[in-house]
Design a protein around this ligand. Structure first.
Ligand code: DAH
Length: 354
């Protein structure tokens, strides 16, 4: 039995030494040292040896087992480190290769336009304000020279809410603001001059078609100081036309009527396609049809508007203008959308283009 054990020890050492893979080592472990392995088989014979020899042979068997385990471990270590060494040659990662970019979003076209318009006006001293988008009737209408029940209010068909207030100015109802002109009284009430407000906010009206959305944005300019006159308005409008739409674009004003300005105008921008001639290659311009594109309203602030906020119209005068953010975004070359509602459908295929 002793010879058997010694022979097994040699055999194990020989096989482990020549094993080339980890899988082979696993098999050898089972074959020699496992529960049903060769060592166990030899040990079964212990029952038949004399009581004297038994402890000696038992100890030898343990030694053989331990030696086998040690050899297995050493060979396993050797094989796995050479396996990783080989991997380093075959599967090397190039750390200088560019990584994979995660999908990145960007600002919505309307936000981009708001930022661009803000930058343009900040350069000439305007500051961005935001006033409530749910406001008292006073700010949305009355302070703008539109008393209750005045028919001019019909132009801003809008959404009213039930609300009560003990403040005399704030009596009446609250509205989802139909325009940003409500900011005028808020800003004038501060009595800090010069006022050079650029108010940008959301507006709500009962409308929905290719050129109107029930929720949209406007920007409202208000410049009030001593000696502000119509030439300032002309200069600001031309400045905006060129900055926003591009070199060579100009504005023009046409008489109109608003309750909160006197005189009042509608503002047009020269068409970039036909250069304000209305004609392209002897044909009527398809974009503007007559040389000009209407963008919004403007005028000199009505004295009643100044007085409503406690500003003396003999000392101060002002100009105001206001129009839609979506509208100018849609008109810009490179955008030219024909349906405003697509801006709010959240279709990524559309949004990605801007
Ligand atoms: N609030 C007007 C609208 O929504 C636009 C407007 C016209 C604003 C004339 C002004 C202005 O400040 O002076 O149609």
């Amino acid at each position: 039995m002793k010879d058997q054990l010694e022979a097994l020890r040699l055999q194990i050492a020989k096989d482990i030494g020549s094993a080339e893979t980890l899988e082979v080592l696993d098999e050898l472990e089972i074959k020699y040292l496992g529960r049903k392995g060769e060592l166990t088989a030899i040990l079964k014979g212990l029952a038949t040896v004399s009581a004297e020899d038994r402890p000696v042979l038992g100890a030898l068997a343990n030694e053989v087992k331990q030696a086998g385990m040690d050899l297995l471990e050493r060979r396993r270590n050797e094989l796995s480190s050479s396996k990783f060494a080989a991997l380093a040659d075959t599967e090397r990662a190039d750390m200088t290769e560019p990584g994979k970019r995660p999908v990145e979003g960007h600002l919505h076209l309307v936000t981009q336009t708001i930022r661009e318009i803000t930058d343009i006006f900040e350069k000439i001293g305007f500051y961005r304000t935001r006033y409530p988008e749910i406001d008292w009737d006073w700010y949305a209408f009355e302070s703008l020279n539109m008393p209750p029940d005045h028919p001019a209010r019909d132009d801003w068909e809008t959404f009213f809410m039930d609300a009560v207030s003990s403040d005399a100015k704030k009596q009446g109802r609250m509205v989802l603001t139909p325009h940003t002109s409500n900011g005028q009284a808020h800003e004038l009430e501060r009595h800090e001059f010069p006022v050079r407000m650029l108010g940008i906010g959301k507006c709500y009206r009962r409308q929905s078609d290719a050129t109107h959305a029930p929720m949209f944005h406007q920007f409202e300019g208000l410049y009030v100081d001593e000696g502000v006159n119509l030439s300032h308005l002309r200069g600001i409008l031309d400045y905006f036309a060129e900055q926003f739409f591009g070199k060579g674009r100009v504005s023009r004003i046409r008489p109109h009527h608003f309750r909160f300005t006197e005189p009042s105008f509608e503002v047009d921008i020269s068409c970039g396609i036909c250069g304000a001639t209305g004609v392209v290659n002897g044909q009527k311009c398809k974009i503007c049809k007559q040389g000009w594109l209407e963008i919004g309203g403007a005028g000199m602030v009505h004295p009643n508007v100044l007085m409503a906020s406690g500003v003396d119209p003999k000392k101060y005068s002002g100009l105001a203008f206001g129009w839609g953010i979506e509208r100018v975004a849609m008109m810009k070359e490179g955008t030219q959308l024909d349906d405003i509602r697509i801006l709010y459908q959240n279709d990524v295929r559309f949004l990605k283009q801007f």
